[in-house]
Design a binder for this molecule. Sequence first.
Ligand SMILES: NC(=O)c1ccc[n+]([C@@H]2O[C@H](COP(=O)([O-])OP(=O)(O)OC[C@H]3O[C@@H](n4cnc5c(N)ncnc54)[C@H](O)[C@@H]3O)[C@@H](O)[C@H]2O)c1
Length: 438
Amino acid sequence: MKIAMIGTGYVGLVSGVCFSDFGHNVVCVDKDQRKIDMLERGEVPIYEPGLDALMAKNVEAGRLAFTLDLASAIEGAEAVFIAVGTPTRRGDGHADLTYVMAAAEEIARAAKDYVVIVTKSTVPVGTNRKVREVVAAANPELEFDVASNPEFLREGAAIDDFMKPDRVVVGVESDRASKVMSEIYRPLYLRDFPIVTTDLESAEMIKYAANAFLATKITFINEIAALCEKVGADVKQVSKGMGMDNRIGNKFLHAGPGYGGSCFPKDTKALARIGQEHASPMYITEAVIAVNEDMKRRMIEKLQDLCDGSFNGKTIAVLGVTFKPNTDDMRDAPSLTIVPALVGGGAKVRVCDPQGQHEGEVLLPGVQWQDDPYDAATGADLIVLLTEWNEFRALDLGKIAESMTRPAMADLRNIYNATVARDAGFVAYDSVGRIGFS
Ligand SMILES: NC(=O)c1ccc[n+]([C@@H]2O[C@H](COP(=O)([O-])OP(=O)(O)OC[C@H]3O[C@@H](n4cnc5c(N)ncnc54)[C@H](O)[C@@H]3O)[C@@H](O)[C@H]2O)c1
């Protein structure tokens, strides 16, 4: 099959590469000249483990190409995927559909033969119908169908998630479109991965409901963690005991500094907005958004307590600034709230992140970047563990404590514990949902 992929970000590039690995001929399109130049040179613009090798293999096999020219990419394509961004619209929390609609119009103008226009971007309920209207208005002669195919991959494990999904969701309205979609996903279907076929609206809703539910689960355990601190319970034990119940499950029950990233913040806001627009309030999701914001404030208070009430004049080492490990993505990362509060409070901030510097340099002005966590900690008054990269999971805490001016640690991912920190020579330690010491 010939497939065109519009947008080569985290989702478009991974999807395009994986579809080509299924054996399809894929052309990936982007408007960003820098990205296309890099891709044509064989460089991957994002950090995603395993993507470079898989991309090289399929380019080499002649199944994968990159271009700025949408018209040439969709020539002869049986399916065109829209995988452009849908960020939060400024002011009202709605998903900004400008890029999706612009891509739909461009596809309509360039397409000549029957094509299935598939929305992979996360879009509010009703968007696929609007895409159909936009395409029909721009090219009334064109024979086409629309399909909704939301993506569930996780950054950092994106290839595995795409190749071994829990399920693929496909919203279609015609048998013809359904056949094209089945053909595209046949390699997964043959290996018994479930394909859930629905109407357009249900497919769109599944994506928001799934993300809002996961954000709720994280936020629930974060709120429980706050209470654990007050009553003297240990949230790690609590979540372990909860998660062993199969009805609950142990995933997304790790207390931390609040969710961030390219999806949960914007998708929860968009769902809340969809609810408001349809007079069907999403009370739970609205509470999740508010509690998550409060979590970041709580974290800043914790750091302040560890700095004797003021950041002014302190040296603080921050380990990890990406929103989670194994990605370079900084979108809505908790670090974007926490680090500026430290800098604004007068601290000298040193930051160490295995992949975050490229994105983070612009977003976190006024910090000093360090390649090595031990260098970052030397002479510091506080070390903050903010993203649980593997590189930070087995640090020599004794060596770190010895090198610090005042060995205090804020372990916002609960990697270590109070006993380990005390034994290593720390004079103060705090984490999330567990009793610390100072
Ligand atoms: N990032 C994730 O983990 C993830 C997971 C599941 C779903 N999603 C959803 O997938 C969509 C894409 O997310 P992303 O993180 O890949 O976005 P991104 O911002 O990384 O990439 C979007 C790309 O689209 C390009 N683009 C925009 N308009 C274009 C046009 N008209 N023609 C060609 N290229 C165009 C941009 O230049 C950019 O490179 C979003 O709706 C997001 O919610 C993301």
